[in-house]
Structure formats: C-alpha cells, structure tokens
Write a protein that binds this ligand. Structure first.
Ligand code: NAP
Length: 248
C-alpha cells in the first residue's frame, strides 16, 4: 500500500527545487497533488510532468503566497479538483541577502511577506477545510539558519525562525481537531537557491557539515513525506532537521 493513497496535497513553490521533489514524492506515494507556484505556466508544466512520471492526479496552480486572495483561491481550486485537502506544504520561499547596514526595508519586508506571512495565509485558508474534516497535515519548510542565525541573512533567518514559532502555535491551536503541524529545517541543499554560491564557498560549507556534503532536494522530500504520512501520527509541533549534522 502506498503511504499517501487516497490523500490530496497542495505544495507551494513546487515548480522547481525542493518543492518539486516533495510534490513528486507525494504523487509517487499515491497522493493527488496541486503544484502551486508563482508562474501558472511553470506550475502546469511541473504538474503534467509529475502526472506522466507517477500516474497521479495533479493540478497546476498559479499563486503568490503573500496575497490572501491568491491563497484562498488556490485552496478552493484544489478542493474543487480533488474533493478535499489533506496535506499542505508551505515550501515557497525567497532570499534577498545583504548585511543589515545595507539591507533595504523593502527587502526585509518582501522576505517576511513570502516566507512567513505566506505560510500563515496558506495555513489559514487550508485549515478551514482541515478543521472541519477533523484531520490534516501542515508541513512548513523552515531552514537551519532559522535555528542558528546567519550573517547576511537577517531577513531570511528571521522569517524562518518565525516559521518555527508559527508551526508550534498552529500545532497547539489545531491539535484538538487532529490537524498536525510540523516543520522541516533543511541545511544547505543543492537547488537554484544555493547554486549562486561560489565553488570556494560551497567547499567551505561542506567542510562545516559533519556528513561532509550538501544535501539533495529528494532528501528533504523524504522528511516531508514522513511528516505528511500516517507514520508520524503522534508527532506535532516539531522541527525535523535535515542538515547533515550542521546544527544539532
Ligand atoms: P527555489 O529553487 O528557489 O524554489 C522556490 C520556489 O518558490 C520557486 O519555484 C519560486 O518561484 C517559488 N516562489 C517564490 N516566491 C513565491 C511566491 N510569492 N508565491 C509562490 N511561489 C513562490 O528554492 P528551494 O531551494 O527549492 O527552496 C524551497 C524552500 O526550502 C524555501 O522555503 C527555502 O527557503 C527552503 N530552504 C532551502 C534551502 C536550500 O539550501 N536550498 C535550505 C533551507 C531551506 P519562481 O521560480 O517563479 O521565483
């Protein structure tokens, strides 16, 4: 039996990178998956690709997670297509790195709006269905720098630390209705977000990681799959680090 047979999921930022791997992993385990990303065309292409690879029912949705109306529409469209919504993964995220003295207010706000407010808005929209159904899973993709802090990423690490607080608060609020909320905190993962790092920086990072290498998007997807599946039925309000031991 597949681990998400009969379930339906919505993954944000799923046209590429970690989100795409999560959507693919869920579909391979039998879930119907809504692929939601900024570009409707990219979402539709990723959804079609996942359907071709897995045979799962998929849907491509265009949305900006920092806009409440987009979040409500995306959840409504997923419910209309699949009849219910069991799993939400808040994965959409951006960086606008700079040292604090050079960081513009707009760059601080933009990162908080997408990474933190976006997760709140999506959770708010999806939880209406989940609380009514008295069942559901929300998985928030935080980051190791939300736990450790990082020079040059005050906005990003604040957003990811905020996401951990949001996860724990939602977990407490939704637990009476059996809606479980957890976070995954990836370390350095090989995606577009990290490919701009110079080779020298990548080598230095790998030296700092006890397992001696950067992680793969599929390795984060496996943690998200665990938290979305029945295997984690007694786990809520937790942060699962997938960082090669970088932060313990
Ligand atoms: P990525 O390759 O840049 O993918 C992020 C996706 O999110 C993109 O498809 C992007 O769309 C989409 N997105 C951006 N803003 C959005 C918005 N307002 N509404 C909807 N979608 C939006 O990044 P990734 O490395 O896979 O990261 C995925 C998540 O993991 C992020 O939350 C990131 O912070 C977290 N994370 C990553 C790492 C890492 O090392 N890679 C480590 C820790 C945590 P466009 O392509 O159209 O911009």
């Amino acid at each position: 039996m597949k681990r998400l047979e009969g379930k339906t999921a919505l993954v944000t930022g799923a046209a590429r990178g970690i989100g795409l791997e999560i959507a693919l992993a869920f579909a391979a385990e039998g879930a119907s998956v809504a692929v939601a990303d900024l570009s409707q065309a990219d979402s539709a292409a990723a959804a079609a690709d996942i359907a071709a690879k897995t045979g799962a029912k998929t849907l491509g949705l265009g949305l900006d997670v920092s806009k409440e109306a987009d979040c409500e529409r995306a959840v409504a469209e997923a419910e209309q297509a699949f009849g219910r919504l069991d799993i939400l993964v808040n994965n959409a995220g951006i960086t606008k790195d700079n040292l604090v003295l050079r960081m513009k207010e707009a760059d601080f706000s933009a990162v908080i709006d997408v990474n933190l407010k976006g997760a709140f808005l999506m959770a708010k929209a999806a939880s209406k269905l989940m609380l009514k159904a008295r069942s559901g899973r929300i998985v928030n993709i935080s980051s190791v720098v939300g736990q450790s802090g990082q020079a040059g990423q005050a906005n990003y690490s604040a957003s990811k630390a905020g996401l951990i607080g949001l996860t724990k608060s939602l977990a407490r609020e939704f637990a009476p209705r059996q809606v479980l909320v957890n976070a995954v905190a990836p370390g350095f993962i090989r995606t577009r977000m990290t490919e701009t790092l110079k080779d020298e920086a990548k080598a230095k990072i790998s030296e700092m990681i006890p397992l001696g290498r950067m992680g793969e998007p599929g390795e984060v997807a496996k943690a998200a799959l665990f938290l979305a599946s029945d295997d984690s039925a007694y786990i809520t309000g937790q942060v699962l680090a997938v960082n090669g031991g970088l932060y313990m």
